[in-house]
Design a protein around this ligand. Structure first.
Ligand SMILES: NC(=O)c1ccc[n+]([C@@H]2O[C@H](COP(=O)([O-])OP(=O)(O)OC[C@H]3O[C@@H](n4cnc5c(N)ncnc54)[C@H](O)[C@@H]3O)[C@@H](O)[C@H]2O)c1
Length: 254
C-alpha cells in the first residue's frame, strides 16, 4: 500500500495504542501529527519513533475546542492536508467510585475527553478529510458492550463512541469512511512514557483466559487501524471491530 505523502492526526499518541498506531503509520510513509496532552509523552514519542521530519507533536487537550482548532491549523500549515483522523485519546474511570460517589466533575471529564474530544477533532478535520476522500478510525472499547461494576462514565463514553461512529459514517459518506475499533485487554506497559514504562507482569491465567491465548498488544490494534484507512478497506464503513482475543465471545457462569 502506498501511503507516502498522506497525513494523519492521531490523538493521544504519546503513549499506548496511539503510539503504536503512529509508528505503524509512519512506517508506511504517512506523516503523523501527535495530538497529545502529556508533553513528556509527546516529545519522547517523536524522539523514540524516529522518522525525522515525519512526526509532529502538538500539545493538545482534545476536550478544548480552541486547542483542537489550533492543532488542525498547524497540521495544515505544515503539511497542507489531512487524510486520516484516529480518535484514540481516552481516559479510564478505573474501577470505582460507585455511581453514588462518582462526582459530576469526573463524569464530565471522562465524557469530555473520550466523546466530546472525538466530536471536536472530527468537526474541525471533516472538511479537510472530505477533500482528500479520507478516513476516520475511532477507538472505543469492549466496555461499550459489557462491564465490570463501577465503570459507568467510561462505559457510557465508549458506547457513545460506537454510536457516533455509525452516525458519522452515514453523514460523511461517501467521501469519508468512518469505522470503530473496540479493543479488549491491551497491555500498553511497554508503550508508556519513560517515567511510567515497566515490564508487563501478567500471570499465565491472565493470558490463558483469552480464547486467543494471550493478552492483546498495541500492535494488534495498530495493524487493524492501518488496514481500515487503506484503499483495501474502501467498502468498509460504519463498522465496529472487536479486537479482544475472543473475550466477548466467551461465556462465564462461575
Ligand atoms: N489499553 C486497553 O486495554 C484499552 C482497551 C480498550 C480501549 N482502550 C482505549 O484505547 C485508547 C488508548 O488507550 P491506551 O491504553 O493506549 O491509554 P494510554 O493512557 O496508554 O494512552 C492514552 C494517551 O492519551 C493521552 N490523553 C489523555 N487525555 C487526553 C486529552 N484530553 N487530549 C489529548 N490526549 C490525551 C494520554 O496522555 C495518553 O498518552 C483509549 O481511548 C482507551 O480508552 C484501551
Amino acid at each position: 500500500m502506498d501511503m507516502h505523502g498522506k497525513v494523519a492526526i492521531v490523538t493521544g499518541a504519546g503513549q499506548g495504542i496511539g503510539k503504536a498506531i503512529a509508528l505503524h503509520f509512519a512506517q508506511q510513509g504517512i506523516r503523523v501529527t501527535i495530538a497529545e496532552i502529556d508533553e513528556a509523552a509527546g516529545s519522547e514519542t517523536v524522539e523514540e519513533l524516529g522518522h525525522p521530519g515525519q512526526i509532529l507533536y502538538i500539545p493538545t487537550d482534545v476536550a478544548v475546542e480552541d486547542q483542537v482548532q489550533d492543532m488542525v491549523a498547524r497540521t495544515l500549515q505544515l503539511w497542507g492536508r489531512v487524510d486520516f483522523l484516529i480518535n484514540n485519546a481516552g481516559i479510564a474511570q478505573a474501577h470505582g467510585p460507585t455511581v453514588a460517589d462518582l462526582s459530576l466533575e469526573r463524569w464530565n471529564r471522562v465524557l469530555a475527553v473520550n466523546l466530546t474530544g472525538l466530536f471536536l477533532c472530527t468537526k474541525h478535520t471533516s472538511p479537510h478529510l472530505k477533500a482528500q476522500h479520507g478516513a476516520i478510525v475511532n477507538i472505543a472499547s469492549t466496555r461499550a458492550l459489557m462491564s465490570e461494576g463501577n465503570t459507568e462514565a467510561y462505559a457510557a463514553s465508549k458506547g457513545g463512541v460506537v454510536a457516533i461512529s455509525h452516525a458519522l459514517a452515514v453523514s460523511l459518506g461517501p467521501n469519508v469512511r468512518v469505522n470503530c475499533i473496540s479493543p479488549g485487554w491491551i497491555d500498553v506497559s511497554g508503550w508508556k512514557k519513560r517515567a511510567l514504562r515497566r515490564e508487563a507482569r501478567h500471570s499465565p491465567e491472565d493470558h490463558a483466559q483469552h480464547p486467543a491465548g494471550r493478552i492483546g498488544r498495541p500492535e494488534d490494534v495498530a495493524a487493524l487501524a492501518l488496514f481500515l484507512i487503506s484503499p483495501e478497506a474502501s467498502f468498509i464503513t460504519g463498522a465496529n471491530f472487536i479486537v479482544d482475543g475472543g473475550m466477548t465471545r466467551k461465556m462465564h457462569y462461575i
